[in-house]
Design a protein around this ligand. Structure first.
Ligand SMILES: [Zn+2]
Length: 323
């Protein structure tokens, strides 16, 4: 902004027109998905606004930027996203940003050792093998398709309290570079976020302790970080990508385990209530719950990340407890 003075004199009328007509070219923190926006909102509270690209109800696996999104990214002070293996829709726009304005959580050196294996391979395999009628053995041996898989790690990083903390530290660092005059507020915000997160972590640990050994299935493979952190006992997922229907073999395996009463719950998601869950659980005593992996109903405030984790915990507990 400061070094634009000279150009300003030449384009003043154009700028004034633009300010009156189109949306103002204001800067902000722009997060790809809501949970990252929650973390950013805690750190940027009272300093700069935070916006989220992915609308409620859209899938993090499958979104296309609108022209207005591209503009928001260009004008942002800072863009926070997981990385190209999760938000492929952001790869091109993020590459055009200066490094100081581009924060890719999966690329942080503090986050890399925390990544959990398990990517997107399974459903694509099932696709092929439904046609080839392949046995389980050939499915394992088939590596010819692995090259176009998305990656070797589960990228739902916002489910991890540890990675959330590292994300907050990184957002704080980036904003400090951009707005050193706000250091005192940024420091206070980070400190408060860390304290609230530690507190929520304790509460959630206590809430989930009684259900740690109860088996269940989730709709899509989004929860590994949360489940590992709190020692839960998932039996599997219907699909890796919620846009892709689970294969027949997967459904048969899940059905078998439900009939054998190995699971007490199956979890759908607010935007995905697929008929397959009803079909697979028909005639069994399994309970149906809902998990919200993106915090759909939660608005952006400085406390929203902690609310998001606590809501998830309550969603697990209420179904697994049978309350
Ligand atoms: Zn997902």
């Amino acid at each position: 902004m400061l070094h634009n003075k000279k150009r300003l004199t030449f384009t003043l009328s154009a700028v004034a027109l633009a300010a009156m007509s189109a949306s103002p070219a204001h800067s902000a923190v722009v997060a790809s998905i809501k949970p990252l926006g929650f973390i950013a909102a805690a750190i940027a509270d009272g300093i700069t606004p935070v916006e989220v690209l992915l609308p409620d109800g859209a899938s993090e696996h499958d979104y296309a930027l609108r022209p207005s999104d591209v503009k928001r990214i260009k004008n942002a002070d800072l863009v926070v996203w997981t990385g190209p293996e999760m938000e492929a829709f952001l790869t091109k726009s993020a590459a055009e940003l200066p490094a100081s304005k581009n924060l890719e959580i999966a690329g942080l050196p503090e986050v890399k050792p925390l990544l959990i294996r398990g990517g997107e391979e399974e459903d694509e395999h099932e696709h092929d093998h439904d046609h080839h009628a392949g046995s389980e053995k050939s499915e394992e041996q088939d590596t010819s398709h692995t090259h176009h898989h998305h990656g070797e790690f589960n990228m739902h990083l916002w489910m991890s309290p540890e990675i959330a903390k590292q994300s907050a530290v990184a957002i704080h660092g980036k904003l400090l570079e951009l707005m050193p005059q706000s250091k005192a507020k940024l420091d206070a915000n980070l400190q408060q976020f860390e304290a609230e997160l530690a507190d929520a972590d304790k509460h959630i640990g206590a809430q989930l302790a009684p259900v740690r050994n109860k088996g269940y299935f989730v709709f899509h493979d989004a929860y590994s970080y949360f489940e590992k952190h709190y020692g839960l006992s998932p039996l599997g997922h219907f699909t890796v990508n919620p846009e892709i229907q689970p294969g027949a073999q997967r459904l048969h395996q899940i059905r078998t385990q439900l009939v054998e009463q190995k699971a007490v719950c199956v979890f759908a998601e607010p935007q995905f209530r697929p008929a397959v869950i009803d079909a697979v659980s028909r005639g069994t005593s399994v309970r149906k719950g809902t998990l919200d992996p993106l915090g759909m109903g939660i608005s952006l405030t400085k406390d929203s990340y902690v609310k998001f984790l606590s809501q998830l915990s309550s969603q697990y507990a209420s179904c697994l407890n049978g309350a």
